[in-house]
Design a protein around this ligand. Structure first.
Ligand SMILES: Nc1ncnc2c1ncn2[C@@H]1O[C@H](COP(=O)(O)OP(=O)(O)O)[C@@H](O)[C@H]1O
Ligand SMILES: [Mg+2]
Length: 373
């Protein structure tokens, strides 16, 4: 099957040669040009490699905010632009695995085997259809039982962290991933706790919709608890606004509120609501490969570029984990943060999670009726 980018380029060239009068300023031609740019990312300037391996936990206990979509498309964008990426699917639904074209039927070696069983991460890493630089650890439905099975496992909160460390150390430096992206399930149970203990940083996708900020206080509280007791390195470093609909005032209102509270943590790039983004997983693809010229695709490329540019200044020495020896085992009495399933909006002010941001209550939009259409 011929490369779709090649097909697009040939058809554009053919149009020009035939003097068809094709208007290269037209939206459709622009989209085609954008498509070739994304598809031929390898010919473009690669994204800069981070100063050290970045393990990014993509979390938000709300479902449907774009965690999986962002993990997949950021992972693909980083890989298409020359960086090695590993995506770990930590949601029993396995949607990340689906979107990356990775089998996740029962019996497939998966993250469950590394968390609950004795497999190393290397045993459960699969190639993806999107890019040779992108690998994926799929999740099968077995993972649904892991929350309960993990309860009796020694150092249960550290299972994923240990697995990632073992994997990184087993690889020669030139094969180690630059980025590890962990897609969390929509809850604050033991799986998400494992992801928060394993990560260096948290990326929170926030949907530009009514109730977008509900529950965020609880997530930030949990991150604080993990930082205090289990992983001093963890911090929210990135907020990504997703499903932005320019036609609604509400989307702008949410975006403004998020920016005023989180400041520079919010990526400048906003992911628009775009039907191609939601169609892509149905074809076992990311939007970058499914419809590279779409606005969904190009905005994920831009978001990934911003993410990559922010990683350049990370100092290798300051990283206590990936390149060094594994951390000592936790004390047997390591306190467990009170991680509970989501139960509605935060009742009080948000914790001062970020020294540089304003403390206070996140204003939650209270009226939507007249502002959406
Ligand atoms: N930018 C977008 N435009 C349109 N649909 C989107 C976009 N981002 C996500 N979606 C769709 O919204 C739904 C929820 O997204 P998903 O990434 O699965 O959220 P989560 O992982 O947080 O539960 C999915 O059906 C997905 O295809
Ligand atoms: Mg998901």
């Amino acid at each position: 099957m011929s490369d779709p980018g090649q097909r697009l380029r040939s058809s554009l060239t053919a149009d020009a040669a035939a003097g068809s009068g094709a208007d290269f300023d037209s939206p459709i031609a622009m989209e085609a040009l954008r498509a070739t740019r994304v598809l031929h990312a390898a010919d473009q300037e690669p994204f800069p490699a981070p100063g050290r391996i970045r393990v990014i936990t993509v979390a938000n206990q709300k479902g449907g905010v774009g965690k999986t979509t962002s993990t997949v498309n950021l992972g693909v964008a980083l890989a298409l632009y020359g960086l090695r990426a590993l995506v770990i699917d930590l949601d029993p639904q396995g949607n990340t695995s689906t979107a990356l074209g990775v089998d996740h039927t029962v019996g497939t070696p998966s993250i469950y085997d590394a968390l609950v069983g004795d497999s190393s991460l290397a045993d459960v890493v699969h190639p993806t259809t999107a890019s040779p630089l992108l690998r994926c650890v799929p999740a099968t439905i077995d993972l649904a039982g892991a929350e309960i099975e993990l309860v009796s496992v020694v150092a249960r909160e550290y299972r994923l962290r240990r697995a990632i460390e073992g994997y990184v150390h087993s690889l020669p430096e030139e094969q180690r991933p630059h980025y590890v992206l962990i897609d969390c399930p929509p809850s604050l149970g033991l799986l998400t706790l494992n992801a928060l203990v394993a990560g260096d940083e948290v990326l929170i996708p926030i949907q530009c919709e009514y109730y977008a900020l509900e529950g965020l206080g609880q997530l930030l509280n949990n991150i604080e608890l993990v930082r205090a007791h289990l992983n001093p390195g963890i911090a929210v470093r990135t907020i990504l606004l997703t499903m932005y609909d320019a036609r609604t005032k509400l989307a702008d209102q949410v975006a403004e509120e998020v920016r005023s509270h989180f400041g520079d943590l919010v990526l400048k790039t906003v992911i628009p609501r775009n039907v191609r983004v939601s169609e892509a997983p149905g074809y076992g693809q990311s939007v970058l490969t499914y419809d590279p010229g779409s606005r969904g695709s190009t905005s994920y490329v831009e978001a990934a570029r911003e993410l990559a540019e922010r990683g350049v200044h990370l100092v290798p020495e300051s990283d206590p984990r990936p390149m060094g020896p594994p951390p000592p085992p936790p004390p047997a009495t390591a306190p467990m943060p009170a991680i509970r399933p989501s139960s509605g909006p935060p009742s009080g002010p948000l914790p001062r999670a970020f020294p540089e941001s304003d403390a206070g209550v996140l204003p939650v939009p209270t009226s939507v009726d007249e502002e959406t259409r």
